[in-house]
Write a protein that binds this ligand. Structure first.
Ligand code: SF4
Length: 360
């Protein structure tokens, strides 16, 4: 499988010299605070660097230390995460930071087992924290790094398989610089992001091209091998912006577990039938008149696609007094207060596209 051996010393030197001269100035790289590295790595999962930067800076101004985040209430944390998506990342981070406060005196642990046992911290994030913050030679193998290594070793294993990641972790343990593990891992990630890109890698500018089997064999565009994921399943949804006579709008909180748990949304169900959403609204304790369809929203998750038809409705009568109790899981709020509540991205699209626009 790994037929060719690379010259470890030369490879490290070529990679690190290039990194020292070319690394980007990213806010989480300015210091080696393990908490900041951890937050940045969680934010960077499935999200681009440019998108993460403003979120990271805002998050750090709200929760500058483990203690600030551990002591924050969950709704404030979710609100700060709003727009980044994949909210389970924020919930797990919040839980794990509480554990660091309670079990480790607020100091992010330094062993692979301890840090790897924190909620939401997988092998990649554990390796990134240990190596980048604590300069421990642990592998941090993500998709970028697997792409680079698949090419350098001309390896045809499917990078979607866990066993392939494990193989590359073993490789990194072997080739990582023991003097500068922090920079070595960051340099591999940076190479994947800046030079060894998924399409059209810039081999002629690559600092490790002389070590690269894929370039030598002309197969850099074929690698890495990644089995295709199943196409996401389509789900038809209907959501309603319900206004009362004072122009308040009705919002509901999603269940405590499952997809987008505890976030707020406009009344919303999975259905292709208009009657079904009307009946659902009645179960909330009010009678409405659906007026018109105002928007179509599409939101793609990794495994499903929501296609939401958005309607407006006027209240005819309210039978449930709890709909005016702000402690209730479903209640009216004034439009000015909507920014206090964390919404999933799909329903932010409704706020921006159908609710706010109409108010302007
Ligand atoms: Fe990637 Fe090309 Fe560099 Fe090989 S030579 S590591 S394929 S950019």
């Amino acid at each position: 499988m790994f037929v060719k051996k690379i010259d470890k010393q030369e490879f490290q030197q070529d990679l690190l010299t290039w990194y020292d001269e070319n690394k980007r100035d990213l806010p989480w790289r300015r210091e080696r605070d393990p908490y900041k590295i951890w937050v940045s790595e969680i934010m960077l999962q499935q999200t681009k660097v440019d998108t993460v930067i403003p979120y990271f800076q805002r998050f750090m101004s709200l929760f500058p230390t483990v203690y600030d985040l551990a002591e924050a209430d969950e709704e404030t944390v979710l609100k700060a995460w709003e727009g980044l998506g994949y909210y389970s990342r924020a919930r797990n981070l919040h839980q794990a930071v509480k554990e660091v406060k309670e079990s480790y005196g607020g100091i992010v642990p330094k062993t692979e087992t301890e840090v790897g046992n924190l909620k939401g911290v997988g092998p990649y994030t554990a390796g990134a924290i240990l190596s980048i913050a604590y300069n421990i030679p642990a592998p941090a193998v993500d998709g970028n790094v697997m792409r680079v290594l698949s090419r350098i070793y001309a390896n045809y294993d499917d990078i979607a398989k866990a066993s392939t990641r494990k193989t590359f972790e073993t490789v990194v343990r072997e080739i990582i610089s023991k003097e500068r593990p922090s920079e070595f891992n960051q340099a591999l990630m940076e190479l994947g992001a800046m030079v060894c890109s998924p399409k059209n890698p810039a081999c002629l500018l690559c600092p490790v091209q002389t070590h690269c089997s894929a370039k030598e064999e002309g197969v850099q565009d074929v690698l890495p091998i990644k089995a295709k994921k199943k196409a996401p399943t389509k789900r038809k949804m209907k959501a309603v912006i319900i206004r009362d006579q004072e122009n308040n709008v009705l919002i509901e909180r999603r269940p405590d577990t499952g997809l987008l748990a505890k976030l707020w949304q406009f009344p919303n169900i999975e259905t292709d039938e208009l009657n079904a959403i009307h009946s659902y609204i009645q179960t909330l304790g009010l009678d409405v008149e659906l007026t018109r369809k105002v928007q179509e929203v599409k939101h793609v998750f990794s495994h499903i696609v929501w296609e939401i038809d958005v309607y407006e409705a006027d209240v005819k009568s309210v039978e449930n007094e709890e709909l005016y109790d702000e402690q209730s899981k479903c209640h009216f709020i004034s439009i000015e207060d909507i920014n206090w509540y964390p919404f999933p991205v799909s329903h932010q699209k409704i706020i921006d596209g159908a609710l706010i626009k109409k108010e302007e």
